[in-house]
Design a protein around this ligand. Structure first.
Ligand code: SAM
Ligand code: SF4
Length: 267
């Protein structure tokens, strides 16, 4: 059992499998993209799987794969299969932008993924393309359909808003979700560096006293809090030590993060 110094039980691990992405959302990535990391810096499937196995043996029961865009990591189906075969995980999910989802939904389900969150901030094709700098909203709709057909349920929508769910784009997303039986979580645009964050409307993120999360970055840093620079390196400390140190030092409340970005921590 992983329990931190203020009594929070840590049961949820979010794994960023890549910091590459096929979109450039305005609130997440610079237009020109980000420097590509050397391959040797990125955790291998063996390293991710072994780390997850250790985390599960210590009390993690819920695992989410994220990124960057997890579906651009080569071999992602194999990785899902390897993680799904770890005994003790009761909920294995993924967060994706949905651009490639129609190609992968069935295989993801067969490999053992339980469910999926899909990011969708606008249903209008022009607005969607503006926000994501070039994304195709039709691809997201196809991806959602494929996810439902494959039984990756519940399908949840992540909708980033400037301030509230009453904005035009968010209302469009709400109407689309209602028509298709999808749940929506509205996430206020956060600023890691300034430390601006709030409780996710319809979800459970951003609520420090209830936080049960740890994060693993694509380069092997175990992070106890999105809004903190603290990180413990898996490769130098080993999985068990890195996990224990992250839990022991998990901040009571989020502050700000001067070194990381959404695309490399995974949101
Ligand atoms: N590429 C995938 C996607 O977009 O779903 C997974 C990674 S993305 C970093 C995970 C989530 O973080 C997405 O739902 C995205 O909308 C959210 N996100 C990214 N930047 C954000 C920001 N500045 N404020 C709030 N949410 C953000
Ligand atoms: Fe890519 Fe997701 Fe960031 Fe958009 S939010 S740029 S899809 S990682």
């Amino acid at each position: 059992m992983l329990c931190d110094t203020v009594g929070r039980k840590i049961t949820y691990l979010r794994i960023s499998v890549t910091d590459r992405c096929n979109l450039r959302c305005t609130y997440c990535m610079p237009e020109e993209g980000v420097p590509l990391l050397d391959h040797s810096k990125i955790l291998s499937f063996d390293e991710i799987t072994e780390f997850t196995r250790t985390a599960v043996s210590m009390g993690i029961v819920k695992v989410r794969l994220t990124g960057g865009e997890p579906l651009v990591r080569r071999g992602i189906i194999e990785l899902v299969g390897r993680i799904a075969s770890i005994e003790g995980i009761s909920d294995l999910s993924m967060t994706t932008n949905g651009q490639l989802l129609s190609l992968f939904a069935k295989e993801l389900r067969q490999a053992g993924l339980s469910r999926i969150n899909i990011s969708l901030d606008a249903t209008d094709p022009v607005r969607y393309s503006e926000i994501t700098r070039g994304g195709d909203v039709q691809k997201v709709f196809e991806g959602i359909r494929s996810a439902l057909e494959a039984g990756l349920e519940p399908v949840k929508i992540n909708c980033v808003v400037a301030h509230s769910r009453e904005e035009k784009d968010a209302r469009d997303v709400a109407a689309f979700a209602a028509e298709n039986g999808l749940q929506v979580r509205y996430i206020q645009t956060m600023d890691l560096h300034k430390g601006n964050f709030g409780i996710v409307d319809g979800g459970d993120g951003g609520d420090c006293p209830k936080c049960n999360r740890l994060r693993l970055t694509a380069t092997g840093k175990v992070k106890p809090c999105l809004f903190s620079d603290l990180e413990y390196d898996l490769r130098t400390l080993g999985a068990k030590n890195a996990l224990e140190m992250a839990v022991q030092n998990k901040p009571k409340r989020g502050g700000h993060n001067t070194t990381g970005e959404f695309f490399n921590i995974g949101g």
